[in-house]
Ligand binder design. Structure first.
Ligand code: PAZ
Length: 313
């Protein structure tokens, strides 16, 4: 089934309830950094959901944990970018991603002394916590990191367009780094039941529709001067480069980062209109905890500098 237009999508799907608050935050953030001529990157991260009911008990999900986006956000901050981190609620976030599960509590010591109870960081944990905490505090002191979150695919699109509207003024200094795993399919609003589906009604037949391709208006209308990077995930190696090339050809943006589900944390391929560059971590680098995102972002920052110098403002 053909997808409807992006205009139709926004006409039919209402903005999320916290939309105006997020739009104000985005506007204030972009205006403040624009004033100083800062580079701003929008990093999208994590997977979107497709609710099966308006009062949602069940939904179709997308696998992404937010590893790529949250790590990349940290490296963009290191390179002096202001970062809008647009992420799936409860997925990994910059800095806290290093201490998931029990890790943070395991680093602490409790001395219970009534009103004088203290909590300290265990001496052997200081060296792991201190550098992350220092970078976290520096980013916040500089007002360089803004978090906005989504859950459903519709919330994602509303936030994406709002962020683009704010970034349009940033021109060539803006980077869009679209690492979120966004559903290609959804159920139009008028086909979603209000209440929890009942098994007594028999096995449900659910027809998913194609979501409109937002990359087209994003590149051509919303942020025409920005350096736009999309991501392409496949599970079949044979499709990876042809599909990345086809996306570049179709949308005419700057780069596709192609990766396979099975190897995405140690291998990516950066595809641009005139180059195909593989980034592959060695076994030693993987063991040493090197993030492949440090290399992706490093290369992108270099290409973004070229892009900006070709469009002085
Ligand atoms: O979030 P994560 O680190 O588990 O996965 C990252 C990724 C595979 C979602 C990202 O690199 C990516 O390819 N995003 C686009 C997915 C897509 O083609 O829809």
């Amino acid at each position: 089934m053909a997808s409807g237009s992006w205009e139709e999508f926004f006409a039919v799907h209402l903005p999320p309830t916290d939309f105006e608050d997020n739009r104000s935050l985005l506007k204030e953030f972009c205006e403040r950094h624009d004033q100083y001529g800062n580079k701003i990157v929008l990093v999208t991260s994590g997977g979107t959901t497709v609710p099966l009911e308006h009062n949602t008990v069940r939904f179709v999900d997308n696998f992404s944990a937010g590893t790529r986006g949250s790590a990349s956000a940290e490296y963009f901050l290191e390179h002096g970018y202001a970062v809008i981190f647009m992420h799936r609620q409860k997925s990994l976030e910059p800095f806290t991603r290093h201490f998931t599960g029990q890790k943070l509590l395991d680093m602490l010591d409790l001395q219970e002394r009534g009103p004088n109870t203290t909590i300290t960081v265990k001496p052997d944990s200081v060296f792991a916590l201190a550098p992350v905490l220092a970078r976290y505090q520096a980013a916040h002191a500089a007002g360089a990191l803004l978090h906005v979150s989504f859950t459903t695919v519709s919330e994602y699109f509303w936030l994406l367009r709002a962020a683009c509207e704010c970034l349009a003024h940033t021109g060539a200094r803006a980077v869009l780094y679209l690492a979120a795993a966004v559903s290609d399919f959804y159920i139009p609003k008028d086909r979603v039941p209000t209440h929890k589906m009942q098994s007594a009604s028999g096995a449900p037949v659910i027809q998913l529709h194609l979501v409109p391709k937002m990359l087209a208006p994003l590149v051509n209308l919303w942020v025409p001067e920005a350096y736009v990077v999309s991501f392409k995930l496949e599970t079949d190696e044979n499709l990876l480069i042809p599909k990345a090339r086809a996306a570049l050809e179709k949308y005419k943006h700057k780069m596709v980062v192609a990766n396979l589900l099975q190897t995405r944390h140690h291998r990516v391929i950066l595809v641009t209109s005139n180059a195909v560059q593989e980034i592959l971590l060695t076994r030693e680098e993987v063991h040493a905890g090197v993030d492949i995102e440090s290399m992706i972002v490093g290369e992108l920052v270099r290409l973004h500098a070229e892009h900006m110098s070709a469009r002085p403002r």
